[in-house]
Ligand binder design. Structure first.
Ligand code: MN3
Length: 241
């Protein structure tokens, strides 16, 4: 298997053990994001990039058991059910997302497909291993935000002020880094932006661990869990073209 980004926090052996099946079907996707483990006819739930308890105590094993095992799995099951027997059966996930975006007759398919994609991107946006941006990525952060603390503040602000369910994102657009937020299942993929990193701010992402304290979850994400290496790799892949 060709590793397109660093599965931080696991050595290679651990990684292989916990994703033995998934690794067989990984291949390169856009922006360094691994393509989904899918057959021609079915969207599959990709393996977590770390063990379920690896993010504790900041995100508990119990939260991940529901968030990954029930919510993420649920979106996978829904999208497979909704596309069965339609022309979209057999489409890659991103093609389903792009071909249903903005179509009021296809909202349910878009919502479930985009949520499958967003959640896989979210799991990879976290790591049990503390990281600091370096090299070209650090330079871009300094140029576009005036430093890492400012970037973290913008991400925290976007995540905290997203009214109701949604996502905060670091994206790149025309060679600039930007922070944006999206509602519900909406995803930068359908707005001409390349996602580098995301924070899920749906209540199901934090309620078991933080109840209504969304800001405490956002702080833990940005101070303890954020996978800067994943963002840097995504950016490097964009710049490579
Ligand atoms: Mn979620």
């Amino acid at each position: 298997m060709k590793e397109k980004f660093d599965f931080a926090g696991m050595n290679r052996r651990e990684f292989l053990v916990c994703s033995l099946i998934g690794s067989v079907v990984f291949s390169s996707g856009i922006a360094g994001f691994p393509a989904f483990a899918e057959t021609a006819s079915e969207i599959k739930l990709p393996p977590l990039p770390y063990p379920q308890d690896a993010l504790a105590p900041y995100i508990s094993s119990r939260t991940i058991s529901f968030h990954y095992g029930k919510h993420h799995q649920g979106y996978v099951d829904n999208v497979n059910r909704l596309i069965k027997g339609t022309e979209m059966e057999g489409y890659p996930l991103e093609k389903i997302i792009r071909s249903t975006a903005g179509n009021p007759d296809k909202t349910a398919i878009f919502n479930n497909a985009a949520q499958v994609w967003n959640h896989t991107f979210y799991w990879n946006s976290m790591s049990p291993e503390a990281q600091t941006p370096s090299g070209m990525f650090a330079k871009k952060i300094n140029e576009d935000f005036g430093g890492l603390d400012n970037l973290k503040r913008e991400l925290a602000n976007a995540a905290a002020t997203q009214f109701g369910s949604g996502w905060a994102w670091l994206v790149t657009h025309e060679n600039s880094l930007k922070v944006i937020k999206t509602s519900n299942a909406d995803t930068p993929l359908v707005h001409g932006l390349v996602p580098l990193l995301t924070i899920d701010v749906w209540e199901h992402a934090y309620y078991l661990d933080y109840q209504n304290q969304r800001m405490a979850y956002i702080d833990a994400f940005l101070e303890k869990l954020v996978n800067w290496n994943f963002a840097a790799q995504n950016l490097a892949n964009v710049l490579k073209g």
